[in-house]
Every structure is written in C-alpha cells, then in structure tokens.
Design a protein around this ligand. Structure first.
Ligand code: PMP
Length: 457
C-alpha cells in the first residue's frame, strides 16, 4: 500500500474506513483507488490518472459525472427547502411532482409511488407491504417471496434474503425463512445439453410451478425479478421467459415485483426493462439512474391490488407503520425530476438504442476472442463471460480468477469495468458516444490479449 507515504489518502482510508463489498484485509495491505473528480464518462484519481467509468459507478450515473443541470436542480432545491418529509400527512412539492411523474411514466397501470433511499430499502419495503397486505386480506400465511438464483436485490435483511448470490448469504445465516429461490434464466450456463431455448424456458416455468405447489400457493405472496439480471452477471432472459413466468404467477394469484433498480430509466433502450420484456408487474422498484445517483434516492410503484388493501388496513389500525426519514427527500426528488426531464428532452432513449446497438455489435465481435465464452446484453448493458475452453465453458482455475485478471488489466488501461465472477460487465453512462464506445472496446481487446498471455492461453 501507499502508507509508506505518511498521511496519504490511501493510508488514512485503510486506517479509518470500512468498505462495503471489500476484502478488509486486502484493503489494509493494498489500499483503495481514490477518485477525485468526474467529467462526462470519465473519472480521475488523486494521482491524475483518468479512467473511462464503463460501469457508471455502480450501474448508476446514467448522465455521467458532470451534468450541470442536476447540480443546478439540487442547488435550487437546497436553497428553497433543504429538507422536509412526507410522514403523517405532511408533503412537499418535489415529492408530489415526482410521484405524479412516475405514476404517469409507468408502462403498466400503477396507483401510487412510495419513496425510499436505496434499492435495498425499496425492495425491503415491497416485502413489508406484501406482509402487511397479507394481514389486511385475512391471509396472514401468504407471505413467502420467490426470487431467483443469480438475482440481486440488495443487502438489507429481506433484500439480501431475496438476492440469490452466495456472498450475500454466506456467514450471515441468510436467507431468512420464507424466502425461496428458483433457477436463473441463464440459458448459456444453465441449460441442459441439447436443450433448446424454448425448452429451457418451459423448464424454468415448470420448476417455478413445482416450487409453488410444493410450498402451497396460498403461502406465496410474490415473485421478484430484475428484467435483466445485473449483479448476477448481466443475464438477458431468453425469448418468452417473462411471459412463461407471468402465466404461472397469474394461475396462482402471485404478484410480480419488477426490480428496475438497474434497468429503469433507459438502460435497456426503453424507459423501463418491464417494457423491453413485456412484463406486467404489480410493483416496481426504482433507484440508481432515477437521479443518476447524484443523490441517494429510490421509489416503489404499486398498483391498486397492492395499495387498496394496505389503505384499508392503515385506516383500520390507525397507520401504515413504515417509512424512512429521508424517503422522498426534496433534494433527491428535485434531482430525479430534472434527470427525467433531461432523459426526455435530450432523447436519451433513442441515443441508448443507437449507441447501445453499436456497443453490442462491437462486443459481439470480441466474442471471437479465445477467452470469451459468451457475449450478452441489451441497450447499454452487457457482459463478456470469460472461459478457458469455449466448448466446456470451463473457468480458469477458481471461478472469478480470469475475470479478476481481465478487469485489473482493463483498469491498467484506464477502463473501470467490473467482473462478476468471470463475467466482465459493461454499463457505461447513457451519454456515452460511439467514439467512446470504440475506445472502451479497443482497450478491452488489449486487456483480453494480455490476460490470455498472462495465463498462457
Ligand atoms: N436491486 C438491484 C437490481 C441492484 O442492482 C441493486 C444494487 N446494485 C439493488 C437492488 C440494491 O440497491 P442499493 O445498493 O441502492 O441498496
């Protein structure tokens, strides 16, 4: 580490800051990468090294790192009303305007918006609303939630239970009882030999139905899924997947929650992933790009099937006893409104479709590289899955080793990507240009060549 430099930011960081999603001992020895400033799709570290942020931070800074209109919106709101809340029949203009905007934007009929601060909180809120609704409807046993292996829904207790990734359960004693997992829609990795895509989809629907019947349909409240799985490795579902899942849910009166935390606000080339895949959710959780992550903010949209029983129950017992101090924060809401205005005014959805097609075509070419097993993606989100043997899809040594080498090589070439095990993810700010995409692709190719050389492939 650079703690040979007394009082370096790296040394002070390691001394005082505990990081999320980090090997704490490795941080103590290696120190962090300390970012100082951002401009467009670039960020610059404290030593002056400039990187293309090909992950938009955490799939989140959709408008890049220097959108002055968002700064102006935040500043203006800070001057007028820096904080107020929406508890107990209080409200404020930005929350009202944003709730109306989101309800109107929703691609399926939605009734109300509820505001939270993070994707995890939005998903925990969805669960608690469903539990409350179960009591409201006189079916208190209807509380179980089904999610998918490889799904990512956050880290609070219910959200982590719904997440289907080992690191979110291991050593925490999670998932909690009542959180069930079914198979992921990852055809390339999870299909049986010679199984067609259609047969794979039918099998996933059948497995879901079997799980529901084994547990008792009357005990299951909802199914949650990301339109495209993000943290689980950018998995785009096969054709007809959501329709097949939806049919099973409808048959047993099980609600659908679309976790739009990554897909929402343009990432897949439509405003919501729900539209891209023809989903019909009863609840949608939104965060990240809603403010381009300039402010922590999240929201949950619910339809009347969810809202009406909850409203009755709150009237019966006196209140809906749930909410966060910062939920609907006026500064966050003002920044969200400005973000949505910019996405519309600047025709960013058209831009994402055009530049996204260019990025996917370039990545598809890279799929010919000896280390690339699969390219997958839609809009401006994609992954290259790295393997050492394309036929057996075998990883190099421990799963994640190859991805780790490649993403470190990319960083050395000034591109911040992220490997989810051996899937190298691409999720650049939605303002990225075709020329910038070409730069990302060229540096990725270089990193892949070096990775192959390093492992002697
Ligand atoms: N859902 C999805 C799909 C996510 O990708 C994430 C974060 N990566 C979350 C939920 C959790 O959001 P947060 O980190 O803001 O709690």
């Amino acid at each position: 580490m650079k703690d040979d430099i007394p009082n370096s930011p790296e040394a002070r960081d390691a001394h005082n800051l505990m990081h999320p999603y980090t090997n704490a001992r490795k941080l103590q020895s290696d120190g962090p990468l300390v970012i100082e400033s951002g401009e467009g799709i670039y960020v610059t570290d404290i030593h002056g090294n400039r990187y293309i942020e090909a992950m938009s931070g955490l799939w989140s800074a959709g408008l890049g790192f220097s959108e002055k209109r968002l700064v102006a919106a935040a500043t203006k709101q800070l001057e007028v009303l820096p904080f107020y809340h929406v508890f107990s029949q209080r409200s404020h203009g930005p929350a009202i305007d944003l709730a109306e905007k989101l309800v109107n934007l929703a691609p399926v009929p939605m009734s109300k918006a509820f505001f939270t601060n993070s994707g995890s909180e939005a998903n925990d809120t969805a669960v608690k609303m469903l539990w409350y609704r179960a009591h409201a409807m006189g079916t208190p046993e209807k509380k179980k939630i089904i999610s998918r292996l490889r799904g990512y829904h956050g880290v609070t207790v219910a959200a982590a239970s719904m997440t289907g990734l080992p690191y979110n359960h291991m050593s925490f004693g999670l998932p909690l009882p009542g959180f069930l997992h079914t198979g992921s829609p990852h055809y390339w990795r999870d299909a049986e030999p010679d199984e067609s895509e259609a047969d794979f989809v039918a099998r996933r629907a059948r497995e879901l139905e079997e799980l529901i019947l084994a547990e008792g349909p009357e005990t299951i409240a909802a199914f949650i899924g990301e339109p495209v799985l993000g943290g689980g490795g950018v998995v785009v579902p096969p054709k007809g997947y959501w329709q097949a899942i939806q049919a099973v849910l409808d048959k047993y009166d099980i609600l659908l929650i679309a976790d739009e935390v990554i897909c929402g606000f343009g990432r897949t080339g439509n405003m919501f992933g729900t539209e891209t895949f023809g989903m019909k959710p009863d609840m949608m959780t939104l965060s990240k790009q809603i403010t381009s992550s300039y402010q922590p903010f999240s929201a949950l949209l619910v339809n009347d099937r969810v809202f009406e029983p909850i409203a009755d129950e709150s009237n019966r017992i006196g209140t809906f006893g749930h909410g966060y101090t910062g939920g609907g924060h006026p500064v966050g809401a003002a920044v969200a409104l400005e973000t949505l205005r910019i996405i519309e005014e600047d025709n960013l959805l058209d831009h994402v479709r055009r530049v996204g097609a260019h990025m996917q075509a370039g990545l598809a070419e890279l799929a010919d590289h000896p280390l690339v097993g699969e390219h997958r993606g839609v809009g401006l989100i994609a992954a290259l899955e790295l393997v050492t043997d394309k036929a057996t899809k075998a990883p190099h040594g421990k799963p994640g080793a190859l991805g780790g080498i490649a993403s470190a090589r990319m960083q050395a070439h000034g591109v911040i990507s992220r490997n989810m095990t051996d899937a190298l993810a691409f999720c650049p700010p939605m303002i990225v240009t075709e020329a910038e995409v070409d730069e990302i692709l060229a540096r990725t190719k270089l990193a892949l060549d070096e990775t192959a050389e390093e492992i002697g492939a």
